[in-house]
Ligand binder design. Structure first.
Ligand code: F6R
Length: 260
C-alpha cells in the first residue's frame, strides 16, 4: 500500500487526477473503474478541466462504475448514471457506448450483477479502479461484513449509508434500500486501485483501512492485500494514523522518494 498524504483536499484531488491522466497516457484504451459520491465531484471537475486544456483524450477509454441503486432507471436524476453523465461523460470526448454502469432498473437485478461482472472480464479487466471510502469503511457499496472475496451482486445499504446519501434526494423521495455493487474481489482484481479520502470525518475509516486488521468489518482493509494500491489522503483524513510520520517520511508531500 502506497500512502500519499497531501496537505489539503485540493492537492490530494490534484494528485488523483494526475494518476488517472498518467494511466490514460500510458494506455489510451485503458479500462477505468469509476466511483461516484461527494469526494469524486472535484476530481471529475479537475479531470474535465485538464482534458479541455490539452490533457489526455477519453476517445478510446472504456469505463465501468462501481455501483448503482436498485430501482432507479438510468434517467432518474439521482441515479449514478445521471451523476456520471452530468459530471464527466457529458463533458469529455468519451464514447457513451463504452461507459458502463449496472442497470438499476433491470427486471432481475441478480442476473444484471452477473452480466456486469462478465462484461468487465470481457473487456480484459480494469486497469485502474478509482475508489472513495465510506465512513463505515465501505468501498463500492460493500458494506461492513461483505465477503472479501465477493463479486458483483446485490447489497442492502446500511442505515448510515442511506442517511449519508439522503442529501442527494428530495424529502419526498424514497432512498433506495439496495444497490448493485462490484464485489470486494472484483475490485481487488483491478490492476491498480486508487482510493481518495478527504476530511476529518473519514479519519477513523482511513486508520482502520490502513492500520487496522484485515477484516470484513472494514471492507476497505482488503486493499492491504492488493499488490498495487495507492491511497491518497489529506492531512485531515490522515489525523488518526499511528505511523503518520513514517508515511510522510516515505513520501514527502505525497511524492515518491528517490532511492539513493
Ligand atoms: C460510490 C461509492 C461509495 C463512495 C463512498 C464515499 O460510487 O462507491 O463507496 O465512494 O460512499 O462517498 P462520499 O465521497 O460521498 O463520502
Amino acid at each position: 500500500m502506497k500512502v500519499l498524504i497531501l496537505e489539503t483536499a485540493d492537492t490530494a484531488q490534484e494528485r488523483v487526477v494526475s494518476l488517472i491522466a498518467q494511466t490514460m497516457r500510458d494506455k489510451p484504451n485503458a479500462v477505468l473503474g469509476l466511483a461516484t459520491g461527494g469526494t469524486m465531484l472535484p476530481v471529475y471537475e479537475k479531470l474535465v478541466a485538464l482534458h479541455k486544456n490539452g490533457g489526455p483524450s477519453f476517445r478510446d477509454v472504456t469505463t465501468f462504475n462501481l455501483d448503482e441503486y436498485v430501482g432507479l432507471a438510468p434517467e432518474h436524476p439521482q441515479s449514478y448514471r445521471s451523476y456520471m453523465n452530468d459530471v464527466l461523460f457529458g463533458k469529455v470526448d468519451i464514447n457513451l457506448q463504452r461507459t458502463h454502469l449496472p442497470r438499476g432498473d433491470a427486471r432481475n437485478p441478480e442476473d444484471e450483477a452477473l452480466r456486469y461482472e462478465a462484461a468487465i472480464a470481457q473487456c480484459g479487466g480494469l486497469d485502474l479502479q478509482l475508489l472513495g471510502l465510506g465512513h463505515n469503511g465501505h468501498i463500492g457499496f460493500n458494506e461492513p461484513t461483505s465477503s472479501l472475496k465477493s463479486r458483483t451482486r446485490i447489497k442492502t445499504l446500511t442505515r448510515e449509508t442511506r442517511d449519508a446519501n439522503s442529501r442527494y434526494f428530495r424529502a419526498d423521495e424514497t432512498i433506495p434500500t439496495f444497490a448493485i455493487t462490484m464485489g470486494v474481489g472484483t475490485i481487488l482484481d483491478a490492476r491498480h486501485c486508487l482510493l481518495l479520502a478527504t476530511g476529518a470525518q473519514k479519519a477513523d475509516a482511513v486508520a482502520a483501512m490502513i492500520e487496522g486488521p484485515l477484516a470484513a468489518v472494514c471492507p476497505a482493509s482488503a486493499l492491504q492485500l492488493h499488490p498495487k494500491a495507492t491511497i491518497v489522503i489529506d492531512m485531515a483524513a490522515a489525523a488518526k494514523l499511528k505511523l503518520l510520520d513514517y508515511y510522510l517520511h516515505v513520501h514527502p508531500d505525497g511524492t515518491a522518494r528517490e532511492v539513493v
